[in-house]
Write a protein that binds this ligand. Structure first.
Ligand SMILES: *Cc1c(COP(=O)(O)O)cnc(C)c1O
Length: 422
């Protein structure tokens, strides 16, 4: 069981809303910091543990700055994410470029920033060398195929577009070594939003065995294995969070069993966790605009799937609470909707909630990762502001809400008052 909380009381929230109208996303700095510290602590046994925060989960430099201050780096998959990390003063080997189908300019920017590059395919060795040259540290993304079971978000490994197959992997290290690369890592991300702690230990075992095999076959002593992201969060109150201490200890055992006897004892452990770092500590706050009773009882919010796409995209559960009615009996059944002309624009379907009135503030929980970040402008809907609840209790605007000017900024239409300035 996981209790769903919100860090502001009703009066504090109303104060915030006076200044920043709903909808908005708000993040809890203190909770994010404590959470990162917990992750580092769970792996404090490792010769070196690195967390590269997956920027795509919450691409805001104010949040990345917190990551940096806590000792984390950044996992990037685009030029924009590289630039956001750079803005937050994260650079060099604190950046991991784990992208796929990568364009040349992205490799080039990563090289300029001194990033570690994690290649998604054997053919990318030539492409990288030709277009950007090799980085100081090169890594390859392993797709182990059928030896690992998948889940709904990431699918089965053998159906996933990511990574090199086993034999390609060994060959890739040999090729890169022959071409002069000296420092290497290994990456694998086969799970997403996984709540079973043992899944991470099993992945680590697979990775460690592969690291030993790479050493035997190529003579390369890897500097790190990167277990990727994929630590799930308890979206549903009935879920339990992943026990990071248990995972850390479990991986430690496997490390002692496989890595140390093979003479690879300095091997660092890396992760690219995104969801588990910010997910539970970000909320989408909305106001009820309408109640509509037809075949069902619909509550219409001032936000929509442009602000949080996960329920519509994956049918994902996000817990919902009504401010001031947290302890009220859930004796009404509602569909909680947004305003898109898409019938899947629903934050919840047939959800038991307390009686809701127009004007109520609605909190959608666990929106701190892959929430605002997945926003889009379909139907001309604008993305909301992002706020940071700081450790001292003040609230800072870390991204303003989009305006129509932003939306029209790329149009080039004669006579349009928004016409691009030439
Ligand atoms: C999405 C992604 C992550 C982060 O995943 P979370 O589920 O947010 O932990 C890390 N690495 C790669 C390569 C990814 O694509």
């Amino acid at each position: 069981m996981t209790k769903k909380t919100f860090p502001l009381n009703q009066a504090q929230l109303e104060e915030v809303i006076k200044k920043y109208p709903t909808p908005f996303h708000i993040y809890d700095e203190k909770a994010i910091r404590e959470n990162l510290r917990r992750l580092f602590k769970a792996f404090s046994w490792a010769p070196s543990f690195r967390e590269y925060f997956a920027v795509k989960a919450a691409p805001n430099p104010a949040l990345l700055k917190i990551m940096k201050e806590e000792g984390a780096g950044a996992d990037c998959s685009s030029i924009a994410e590289l630039e956001l990390s750079h803005m937050a003063n994260i650079g060099g080997e604190k950046i991991m470029l784990t992208s796929n189908d990568t364009p040349a300019d992205e490799f080039q920017r990563a090289i300029e920033l001194g990033a570690i590059i994690n290649l998604d395919d054997i053919s990318h060795i030539d492409y990288l060398e030709k277009n950007a040259g090799f980085p100081e540290v090169l890594s390859f993304r392993y797709n182990p195929g059928a030896c690992i079971a998948g889940n709904d978000i990431i699918g089965r490994p053998e159906e996933a577009k990511y990574g090199l197959m086993h034999d390609q992997l060994l060959q890739a290290y040999k090729i890169a070594k022959d071409r002069g690369v000296k420092r290497f890592g290994l990456h694998c991300m086969v799970i997403s939003n996984e709540l079973h702690s043992d899944a991470f230990i099993n992945t680590a075992r697979l990775m460690f065995n592969t690291a030993v095999e790479i050493y035997k076959e190529t003579g390369i002593k890897l500097e790190f294995v990167n277990l990727g992201g994929g630590i799930g969060i308890p979206y549903h109150p009935e879920d339990n969070a992943v026990d990071l201490e248990y995972v850390g200890e479990g991986i430690h055992k496997v490390y002692k069993e496989i890595i140390e006897p093979a003479g690879l004892g300095g091997l660092a452990i890396a992760m690219e966790s995104g969801r588990a770092i910010t997910g539970p500590y970000g909320w989408l706050v909305s106001t009820v605009l309408h109640e509509k009773k037809t075949y069902k009882d619909y509550i219409g919010l001032d936000s929509c799937m442009a602000n949080l796409m996960r329920p519509a995209l994956y049918g994902a559960y996000h817990h919902i609470t009504v401010v001031g009615k947290e302890d009220a009996i859930c004796d009404h059944v509602y569909d909680i909707t947004g305003s898109l002309c898409e019938n899947n624009d629903k934050f919840a379907i047939d959800r038991w909630l307390p009686e809701i009135s127009i004007g109520d503030r609605i909190i959608i929980h666990d929106a701190g990762a892959h929430g605002h970040a997945m926003g889009f402008n379909y139907n001309g809907k604008l993305r909301s502001a992002e706020l940071l609840l700081k450790e001292d209790g003040t609230v800072e605007l870390i991204r303003r809400a989009e305006t129509l000017d932003d939306y029209f900024a790329t149009l080039n239409f004669p006579g349009c008052r928004y016409q691009m300035k030439k």
